[in-house]
Design a protein around this ligand. Structure first.
Ligand code: AMP
Length: 217
């Protein structure tokens, strides 16, 4: 397998823990290219690509898209950006299988750090009911980061919607999936000495500051 010489930071955390918000700001601050597998998959669904069609029923039901599809999509993205060396992964990997394959594909000359966003489930369910999403440019809004004009995207002016998978039933499934399939990555990366932990209950500014602090240590 081809080995990629990249520096990668992984944001690990449950749905609605603020990975996307932190990733947008952190990638700017640290000069990293932000790869959000959820955004890439939603883009494929919007374009009705073959991958989008394969992924749709998993995403809409709150389940994970099969590892092989996600891995291929991520490595294709890395290959399409040969000049990029610094990456911030948001929502990837989400299973031990993805983490192992990802590690296999990285050259030892690169680096890997994992930031765990710790937060309780009750807060996440509450956040889901308040989150709005821009289907045109993927911007996300919440009670804290509210749009200037109600229901309208600040970035591109499109009408905001609730993500189909943010409805309460699907959020419940996504949390179960997180605990069963993604949370084992905490032990996986901790055993490798790569895990950095931040408190995701705090405000977006404080979360950014904590992430910058742990990554600079
Ligand atoms: P997100 O926007 O990160 O919350 O992702 C939305 C949905 O996309 C998830 O609930 C999964 O169905 C799918 N997805 C995103 N990233 C992955 C991944 N790394 N592995 C499997 N499925 C994923």
């Amino acid at each position: 397998m081809e080995k990629h010489e990249i520096n990668a930071v992984i944001l690990l955390g449950p749905p609605l823990s603020g990975k996307g918000t932190l990733a947008s700001r952190l990638s700017l601050e640290m000069g990293m290219t932000h790869i959000a597998t959820g955004d890439l998959l939603r883009e494929h669904m919007k374009n009705n690509s073959e991958l989008g069609e394969k992924a749709r029923s998993f995403i809409e039901g709150g389940n994970l898209v099969p590892d092989s599809l996600v891995i291929e999509m991520v490595f294709d993205k890395i290959k399409s950006l040969p000049e990029v060396k610094n990456y911030l992964f948001d929502g990837f990997p989400r299973t031990i299988g993805q983490a192992e394959e990802f590690q296999e594909g990285l050259s030892e000359k690169g680096s890997l750090k994992v930031v765990l966003m710790e937060i309780e489930d009750e807060i996440l369910v509450e956040r889901a009911s308040k989150r709005l999403f821009c289907p045109a440019c993927n911007a996300t809004y919440s009670q804290i980061v509210a749009p200037k004009l109600e229901g309208v995207c600040d970035v591109c002016g499109a009408s905001l919607v609730q993500r189909q998978d943010d409805n309460p039933e699907v959020v419940t499934v996504r949390l179960v999936v997180y605990h069963n399939q993604t949370e084992p990555l905490v032990g996986f990366y901790n055993n490798k000495g790569l895990l950095l932990i931040i408190d995701a209950k705090k405000s977006p500014d404080e979360v950014l500051k904590e992430a910058l602090d742990v990554l600079k240590k």
